[in-house]
Design a protein. Sequence first.
Lengths: 834, 396
Amino acid sequence: MTPLIWRALLRHPLRHPWQLGLAILGIALGVAVVLAVDLANASARQSFALAMDRVTGQATHRISGGARGVPETVYAALRLERGLRQAGPVLTGYLPHADQKGQLLQILGVDPFAEGPFREPAADLTGSDFNLTAFLLEPDTALLPETLGEQVTLRRGEQHFTLRRAGTLEGPELDGLIITDLATAQTLLGRPGLLSHIDLILPEGPAGERLAAELRDWLPADLRLEIPAERDRATVDLSAAFSLNLTAMSLLALMVGMFLIYNAITFSVVQRRALLGMLRALGVSRRELFVGVLGEALLLGVVGTALGVLLGIWLGSGLVHLVTRTINDLYYVLSVREFFITPGSLAKGVGLGLLATLAAAWLPAREAADAPPGAVLSRAHLETRWRAALPRLIAAGGLLLGAGGLVLGFSHDLISGFIGLFLLLLGCALLTPPAVVGLVRLNQPLAHRLGLLARMASRDVVRHLSRTGVAVTALMIAFSATVGVGVMVDSFRGGVAIWISDFLNADLYLAPPSLEDGGRAEAIAPEALAILRGTSGVAAVSTYQGVNIDLAGRPVTLIAADLAPAAQAGYHLIDGDPESAWRQFQSGEAVLISEPLAYRQRLRVGDTLELPTDRGPRRFPVVGVFLDYGSEHGRVLLHRAGHARYWEVATVGSAAVFATPGEDLTALRERLQERLGPVQPLLIRSNRDIQALTMAIFDRTFTITHVLRLLAILVAVVGVLSALLALQLERAREFAMLRAVGMTAGQIGGVVSLQTGFMGAAAGLLALPTGTLLAAMLIFVIHRRAFGWSLPFQVDPVLLLETVVLAVVAALLAGLYPIWRMARARPAEALRTE
Amino acid sequence: MQIMKNRRFWWWGSTLVLAGLVMVVTGYLMTSPPPERTSGVNVSAALGGGDHAGYQRAERPRPFQFPADHGPHPEFRNEWWYVTGNLADADGRRFGYQLTLFRIALAPTPPEMDSAWRTNQVYMGHFALTDVADQQHHAFERFSRAVLGLAGAQAAPFRVWLEDWELAGPESGADGLFPLRIRAREGEIAVDLTLTAAKPMVLQGDRGLSQKSAEPGNASYYYSYTRLPTQGTVQIGPRHFTVSGASWLDREWSTSALGPEQSGWDWFALHLDDGRDVMFYRLRHTDGGMHSFSKGVLVAADGQARLLRWDEVELQPLDHWTSPHTGDRYPIRWRLRVPAEHLDLTVTAKLADQEMRLTVRYWEGAVSVAGRDGDRAIDGRGYLEMTRYEPGAATR
């Protein structure tokens, strides 16, 4: 191929910088969104991985106990009797920062002499201000992160502990972590004699497995040997679900981006048919032409991708805060201060950008190469072919829909869910051009009544289907994504709002005013409970105690509850007869389980669930399944009496108060506060406080989806702009002709506006069913498979209307520049250019 | 990572988990490759040196009381039970072993016991096995605080242990030490030996007070059992060897030892074929010479001991070996002369690389002895310890 051909080919885009710019922008936006989401995910992941690594370390196995923890004597026996060398005792828990309300700090108590193989931080400390003697001997010393200053005061209940620095933890991912000696941790957390777990490094292969089996036999019944990976499998599954959710959205953006690219390249080919024909006549081979067009596209792709990468990095650094903010709201443990630009993410973005460009350019390049030499093929030929292809499009679209349906119908895992979803979407995309033709036909009677110009406008859409079809499809996909995600979030929110208002049906909620955990929060004193029950205005009291247990590798919350009848009514049973369920529940020998647990373990009423009790494993019949968005891992509700029978600890962690009807809640609250004060001050909240807080957190979590929705719309608008621009510019001669035969610039503007408006409306309308389908899939397939939640399906008509209006407005806006240019064009000149 | 930190309003906290859609990102922790491991806490930095205030010091000779003195002296900063020995199996396959348990006090007085883990007493163990035939030297180290029975020392019945490394006397016995059972295992390297005493205890220095430098108190209480016939087994990988030989036990406790002008030491413990035992430590002066606080002991076959003053012994390095691992340059062949006793010995490392690359770095290994006692050829075997040979340190 000679440079001349290249120059001939490249002359066109250089002379039409607007088209060039929009094509590049389209690619760039597509790449940027994909990359940004990926980078944000990867950064959050990497920061957490780093932090986790430093907290959980290199253990291959871990010994952990039931509710109380692991006795330290087990650790000693492990070393002395079993001769296990790679064993590290750990006691960890959380205490609130006394001076910064709401900030929880993680205490990680370790034995520095056993730490060597496990965790990193200690190693970083050598040579700095690390004072091992103080660390070991003085109970008020700790390794503090740089950000906490020279000392920090923590609170446990009414006790305050001030810790001095005996060394500095370096690295921003350790901001919420305090490392202490094991002795100090036991004192701080008030858990003498106990460990949270024992980290182990066992050899790999059969020797390690044999050792693990021996250890399992050797361990006391209430302790387990687990593999940290097993323990975290749940989180890994879920994180996969979460990141797939985000990735799915970014792929939607790329899909739209691909349509843009396709559009831009096709257009540039069609506009140069004369040139391409000429080149063929001059002896340029098909292959050369094909490579030339593809090469040109690739060039666009490279520039667009490069821009997209820059844009994506910028965007991603913003998104990472959205991704992690919620985590920090929930944990206060870690903060992602570093933005990691991972080569993997970059490669993904670049690869997608270039591949998408090549894929999008493939058909137009083929088309260019197929141009008969010497013939100045008309656009009409292309359009004829497009219209002829309509039945094939319908068939292919139908096929894809069918395939998607089959995949969804015959699979149960999340990945297949996403694959099915994308097949469905692609099917819808293919069906869009035929649907546009259908809409035009439907519109014909109306257009007739509106006059010549309206008819022209609507027929033009079909006449230029090769342009309009792609533009409408891009717009449709973008808007269906926003509809789908919007409906999903609305449904989710609605479901949660209803659930929580039913669920929190007591008037006041009480709990000890401390946030500390370590697994065991402070309990409500029995005397305080007695006062609570004896206070006038209190009609009924429910009590709760949550304990984390491990069921099939997932942390499930076991709730020992004594429920007032009104509280029982707050549980919405989706399986089981309420009356018999609650009757059997009262016996303490049967459990109710939450929906995610039932879904995951495939449990139904009548099945039994084995729980690790303090008296060994025991099977409890499941008598009811309740709706619960509170935990994706699941919860088990057991009557307090039953809990006391099989577990040794029988405390009350929190209580709910039902007031007598007509009682003034503010007065009751004050009365309770006053009476409880001398015995045990409890934090009292109204159900409304908690509901408001819950919804605020919910909304904050989904901020990122709103941002992505906006991005998708932006991509779509750029797409429409470039498609329309291309279309209208291409028709410059046609419009000049119309001007020449007497149409005014205003009339032509009207035609263009009508046309773009029609396209926008078509895209918006078609996005409604597609978006609803997408939402249904997200709700009934993706969420169900990822979290085990069934959500109500709520479609907000305002959202739908908004979408159509937005689509029309976006399309009209996109038409403004072409109209402006058209109006300024001098017909004579435009005609002469031929 | 625990899922819920807030167990207080569990219903409330759990709705937070709703938002856990996001939090699940944490789960990716499994996907990143583990970072390079470095060694753990620099324990030795904290264990050595510092202020002597509050500790007892070895300032004057004291009457020893046994079995109590076989046990720990927690009011002193450092203490050790130091066993070395040369062994061979029936085929003449030779081994050297070292098991040392160090007690280290982090503070002169015990801290307030707010937890069973709180203590000022820490143990460090060094275990080494030299396999002369395979030219292998295996060295291991461990640490533990003296809590929960993980490590400790007691006089009666005598026992010093660091997990499953152990020196244990009989349940009841004359002086409480012998037969002394020594057990240590690290993976598939292990020794299980029984030691008896062929000679009585020797008090080192001045009636057991071994002055190391000029400052009063820079001394240790030091006694030895120089010749301990030894029987038992050695395991190296899958192979077990039934061995016999002779060991040497040093007991020493102190709070401070070296003066600022002393750069390191070389310690010889030799069993000669004629039944005599020679111990000598050379304290090296920073100017390169032998420090006048160097000293030793010569124990006759009948157990009679006599002090070797620094100027009675001539030491001359003959060959050096530079550790490819650390760059330290150790003399691995020595000439040791005691003119007054007509002894002229050449001490040669059985293996050049018996460097203990542990938290504290030194060279300690089995040596063979050949030479003359006047006209008579004499040979033997023993152990040699050399410290502080890092490049740049003033040594010879």
